[in-house]
Design a binder for this molecule. Structure first.
Ligand SMILES: Nc1ncnc2c1ncn2[C@@H]1O[C@H](COP(=O)(O)OP(=O)(O)OP(=O)(O)O)[C@@H](O)[C@H]1O
Length: 264
C-alpha cells in the first residue's frame, strides 16, 4: 500500500494548552479516513497543519513523500479542502468564484468554467451559476464549496463537516462520489460529527480525544475490541461520556418556568 500522508510526533500548543499530543499517523492511498472527536478535540487543527495554514508545531509531516515544510507549494495543487466554515468571496458569482479557484490551481479559464458549470448542473444548482454567492441558501453555498474542493481533481480531499446544510438527495450523490474517488485511488480525510455517515463511509476511523489518538481501525476491528455496536456508542465510551440523560434533564429543568403541565 502506498503511503500518502505520514505524521510523526506531532505536537501543538496554543498558549500553554496542548491541543495535539504526539500524533503519529500513516495514511494510505485510496483510504477513506473518518477523523472524529468531540468539539475542541483537535481535528481542525490537525487538518490545518497538514494544509500549511497553521505553521507553529513540533513533529514532521510528509505528504506525497515530501516534507511539507521543505516543499510547501507543490503538494497543495494536489489537495482539495472543504473547511468547516469558509470565508468565501460572497460578492462574486459562482462562475467568478469557481474559475478563480481553478486559476489558483493552474487550470485554464475555459477548462475551469466548463467543469464548474457541469458540476453545478450535477449538484442541481446550475440555474444560479451567474448568481452572487451572497444570495445563495446555506446548502447552495456548501455545494459551491464542495465543487471548489474537487474541481482540480485532487489526490487528497480534506473534508470538514462537508454535508452541512445539504439536502438528502445531494447527500446521497456526494457520498457516492467519495466512494468512487476512493476507488480511483484518491484519499479522503473526512471529519464529521454525524456518526452514522462516518460509520458507513469510512474504511478506517481515527478517534481523537483531547488531542490524542485513542482509537484507529475499521468498524469491525473497533467493534471486536470494544464490543459496543455502533460508532456513536464507541465514541461515547472512548470519550468517557455517559451523562446525556442527566444533562438533558438539567437543560430542561433550567429553562422550565414551572408551567410544563399547563397546556393552554
Ligand atoms: N487559533 C487558536 N487559538 C487558540 N486556541 C485555538 C485556536 N484554534 C484552536 N484552538 C484550540 O485548540 C483546541 C482544538 O481545536 P480544534 O478546532 O482543532 O478542534 P476540533 O476537534 O476541530 O473541534 P470542533 O469539532 O468543534 O470543530 C480547542 O481547545 C481550541 O479552543
Amino acid at each position: 500500500m502506498e503511503n500518502i500522508i505520514k505524521i510523526k510526533n506531532l505536537n501543538k500548543y496554543y498558549g500553554g494548552k496542548r491541543v495535539l499530543n504526539d500524533i503519529n499517523l500513516n495514511i494510505n492511498k485510496g483510504e477513506i479516513i473518518g477523523y472524529i472527536g468531540a468539539n475542541g478535540a483537535g481535528k481542525s487543527t490537525t487538518v490545518k497543519i497538514m494544509l500549511g495554514l497553521v505553521e507553529e508545531y513540533s513533529g514532521s509531516i510528509e505528504i506525497f513523500g515530501e516534507n511539507i515544510v521543505e516543499n510547501p507549494v507543490d503538494y497543495k495543487k494536489r489537495i482539495g479542502y472543504v473547511p468547516e466554515t469558509a470565508d468565501m468571496y460572497e460578492n462574486l458569482t459562482a462562475r467568478e468564484y469557481l474559475t478563480f479557484i481553478g486559476s489558483l490551481y493552474g487550470m485554464d479559464y475555459s477548462e475551469a468554467d466548463e467543469k464548474a458549470q457541469k458540476l453545478m448542473d450535477l449538484f442541481s444548482i446550475k440555474d444560479v451559476y451567474d448568481g452572487r454567492i451572497n444570495s445563495f441558501s446555506k446548502g447552495m453555498k456548501q455545494k459551491v464549496l464542495i465543487i471548489s474542493s474537487i474541481i482540480n481533481d485532487p489526490d487528497i480531499l480534506f473534508l470538514d463537516e462537508p454535508l452541512s446544510g445539504i439536502d438528502a438527495n445531494s447527500v446521497l450523490v456526494f457520498k457516492e462520489v467519495l466512494k468512487e474517488l476512493a476507488k480511483k485511488g484518491k484519499t479522503i480525510f473526512y471529519s464529521s460529527h454525524i456518526m452514522e455517515v462516518v460509520e458507513k463511509l469510512s474504511d478506517r476511523i481515527i478517534l481523537l480525544n483531547d488531542g490524542e489518538i485513542v482509537a484507529d481501525g475499521n468498524m469491525e476491528s473497533l467493534n471486536t475490541e470494544l464490543k459496543e455496536g455502533s460508532l456513536e456508542q464507541i465514541f461515547n465510551k472512548l470519550t468517557g461520556f455517559n451523562e446525556h440523560e442527566n444533562i438533558a434533564k438539567e437543560i430542561v429543568n433550567t429553562i422550565s418556568r414551572g408551567e410544563v403541565n399547563e397546556r393552554i
